[in-house]
Design a protein around this ligand. Structure first.
Ligand code: 9MR
Length: 358
């Protein structure tokens, strides 16, 4: 090798070592919260390889499948099940000593229409749909066994507005009324007695939806339905997030004897309302926005730390700003920045505030 080429190779190696050393200096999120609550992230199988995989294993102690454990991913109308993608996640979690949240069993969305129909395409009636529910849970919960720590048994069954408690425009509700919620938990407990069972929803720190949740949870508890906890999804934005309402929600669920988890946390930098008739607004991630986001994350974790005895897991709905469903949602062409790590996986000021540093 020529002398100049040799020097070049050595310089590159030194640079790589320096980058590695800098990375190592970033404290591990999961190490910081060890003994308090699990710190989770929603992932997809393609992210588990290489550097991204290492990043995930370094910072998170729990995983949720962002999509690959949903009925749409696991179940086909011919009655067959497809576990390859989800199994890759299970292997990764096992190899890295991580807990796994199962998301999700009973949901109106991302469940094939055929799931709710007989072979002729007619809607299944209650008993037939319950039989399918049990068949599905047996196949899925038996397959994952004790690799899955807790399941989102029922997802998003509550109404968003109006006087009613439940989302009535759901094939589950249409066939069975609210009884499907109780039935789902009973069936899940029967099929997988070791799994911890959660009700999961968004908007739960907004008073009207929290009240609906409390009504439903009381109704379940009165009937001795086996439910261990509530998943507060925590799709929030930094403009309207309110720490007092968060505290009220934790108290309301804990008072019912339920464990609290934060299951899908992200903190959008955009205000909740926007003008659909206008082209997507692309916010530049300025120092000002970054500071405000850091402040809001500090407020969130101040509440979570204070209530750590009531909370077993805090999961982010992604691993860094590069991987978030909010890039392009709710407005196409818009980029969001909802997490503690930027698009390159570097910690943002919010990360250090969450760790208690200024
Ligand atoms: O992040 C998920 C996205 O990739 C999917 O396209 C979407 C389809 O509904 O589901 C997203 O995850 C949702 C989760 O399963 C339930 N709560 C709301 C999440 C964000 O939409």
């Amino acid at each position: 090798m020529k002398k100049t080429a040799f020097i070049f190779v050595i310089l590159c190696a030194l640079l790589a070592l320096q980058v590695k050393a800098q990375e190592q200096e970033v404290p591990s999120l999961k190490a910081h919260f060890q003994g308090k609550f699990e710190i989770g992230a929603a992932v997809n199988p393609f992210q588990l390889r290489g550097e991204t995989g290492e990043f995930i294993a370094r910072h998170y102690s729990a995983l949720t499948a962002e999509n690959c454990m949903k009925p749409e991913a696991l179940w086909r109308p011919d009655g067959t099940f497809h576990f390859e993608q989800a199994d890759a996640l299970v292997r990764f979690a096992r190899e890295n000593g991580m807990k796994l949240r199962g998301h999700t069993l009973v949901w109106h969305s991302q469940t094939p229409r055929a799931f709710f129909q007989d072979e002729a395409g007619n809607p299944l009636e209650k008993d037939a749909l319950y039989a399918r529910m049990e068949e599905y849970m047996k196949a899925v919960m038996d397959h994952f066994g004790d690799d899955v720590w807790c399941w989102d048994v029922v997802n998003e069954a509550l109404a968003d507005w109006g006087d009613g408690v439940y989302r009535t425009q759901s094939p589950w509700f249409r066939a069975c009324g609210e009884d499907f919620i109780a039935q789902a938990f009973r069936t899940a407990r029967k099929v997988a007695p070791n799994a911890r069972l959660y009700y999961n929803d968004y908007g739960l720190i907004n008073p009207p939806k929290r009240e609906r949740a409390v009504k439903m949870l009381k109704w379940l508890k009165e009937q001795n339905v086996p439910i261990d906890g509530v998943g507060i999804q925590a799709h929030w934005n930094m403009h309207t997030f309110n720490p007092e309402e968060l505290q009220r929600t934790i108290d309301a669920f804990a008072e019912l004897g339920l464990d609290v988890q934060f299951t899908e946390m992200d903190l959008s930098v955009y205000p909740p309302r926007f003008d659909r008739s206008k082209p997507a607004e692309k916010l530049e991630y300025t120092q000002e926005i970054s500071d405000l986001q850091a402040e809001k994350y500090a407020q969130i974790f101040e509440v979570l730390n204070r209530n750590a005895d009531k909370i077993s897991c805090v999961t982010f709905w992604g691993i860094s700003d590069r991987f978030t469903w909010l890039n392009g949602f709710p407005q196409r062409g818009r980029t969001d920045h909802p997490f503690l790590f930027d698009r390159d996986g570097n910690p943002k000021p919010a990360f250090y505030r969450v760790l208690g540093e200024k």
